[in-house]
Design a binder for this molecule. Structure first.
Ligand code: PAP
Length: 328
């Protein structure tokens, strides 16, 4: 595959001489497609992503009202972004059936870009003119500790969504093979499974990722909201109200009575978003929008992982999360 057809975050064409030097001193790993990763501040990145992380750390100036949507990849980011946009659009008097609603014209990832992947991947001082409205909405797959220094004195809000890691593995298997335009074979799955368990995958180890936000949410629950994909699926009304409360835009009694909660859930449903023209045909960073929408089922992994694979992941989770209070 021509490297230019790859998403830019996987490539290694944006790294500075200084970053090259840094990379030569870091632990390294190669993924199943031969792409190189390195471990920086406890987390594995493809080289261009590392450059984006460094640029972010150097240049990002948080505003008090910023909102950052954070996640480990394939945990429900697209859904959470859509819900956040829809909740905040209410203050602009946009109801979910307005013809000019932003979700009808752009993919949630286009509306809320990733800091390290989209915004800071080329420079530590990107043009933020597009972000003049308040609150500014950003997203990230970086672990919380990597943003610690940059956000230390900021009261900005962070919403983290996590998901059963077995389901994220299967979701990632289908997503990454779709990007590379290869078959989702067993041998690819086995290789991704090994990297996941060894903690050597992109944005891994997953347990460090989960724990950084889990601890952050315990230390400062007004600043970090910890959500779960499975709870959002099981009790969507309660979870969207929880999100609205945290973001400081709770539903009024009148809104609840007029069905506004369900309208937003319908607008942001996988079925609805994936049926929109913009998500059937558009692209972001060389990735077809439609690849972000697949099944969205809880427990899908049981159809693809062997019992041994499930047991191994469960064992790793149990061992690594022990004593943290975080359970799956
Ligand atoms: P990202 O890390 O690339 O941003 P992310 O959105 O976190 O991906 O995860 C994609 C998963 O969320 C997919 O799960 P699956 O592969 O198991 O099906 C995708 O189907 C699911 N998803 C996307 N949009 C929605 C939605 N509106 N509601 C529920 N699940 C969704």
């Amino acid at each position: 595959m021509d490297p230019k057809e790859l998403p830019s975050n996987i490539r290694e064409d944006k790294i500075s001489e200084e970053t090259k030097k840094l990379i030569s001193s870091l632990p390294s790993h190669i993924d199943y497609q031969g792409h190189k990763l390195c471990k920086y501040q406890g987390c594995w990145y493809y080289y261009n992503t590392l450059q984006g992380v460094l640029n972010f750390q150097r240049g990002f100036q948080p505003h008090d009202t910023d909102i950052i949507i954070a996640s480990y990849p394939k945990s429900g980011t697209t859904w959470l972004k859509a819900l956040t946009v829809a909740l905040l659009e209410r203050s602009k008097n946009h109801s979910s059936d307005d013809a000019d609603h932003p979700l009808l014209y752009d993919n949630p990832h286009g509306i809320i870009p990733f800091l390290e992947i989209d915004m800071y991947h080329e420079s530590s001082s990107p043009n933020l003119a597009k972000f003049s409205a308040t609150p500014r909405l950003f997203s990230t797959h970086m672990p919380l500790h990597t943003m610690h220094k940059t956000l230390k004195h900021s009261p900005c809000k962070i919403v983290y969504v996590c998901r059963d890691v077995k389901d994220t593995l299967i979701s990632c298997w289908f997503y990454s093979t779709a990007i590379y335009k290869i078959e989702p074979t067993r041998s690819v799955l086995e290789s991704m499974f090994k990297d996941l368990c060894d903690g050597t995958n992109y944005f891994g180890p997953f347990w460090e990722h989960l724990l950084s936000y889990w601890r952050g949410s315990l230390e400062d629950p007004n600043r970090v909201l910890f959500m779960r994909y499975e709870e959002m699926k099981a009790e969507p009304r309660d979870q969207i109200k929880r999100l609205a409360d945290f973001l400081g835009c709770p539903f009024t009694k009148q809104e609840e009575e007029s069905g506004s909660v369900d309208e937003i859930l319908d607008l942001c449903s996988l079925r609805n978003l994936s049926s929109l023209e913009v998500n059937k045909t558009g692209k972001i960073n060389n990735v077809d929008h439609k690849i972000f929408f697949r099944k969205g089922d809880v427990g899908d992994s049981k159809f693809f992982l062997t019992r041994e694979m499930e047991n191994k992941i469960d064992m790793v989770i149990q061992e690594k999360l022990q004593g943290s209070g975080l359970k799956f």
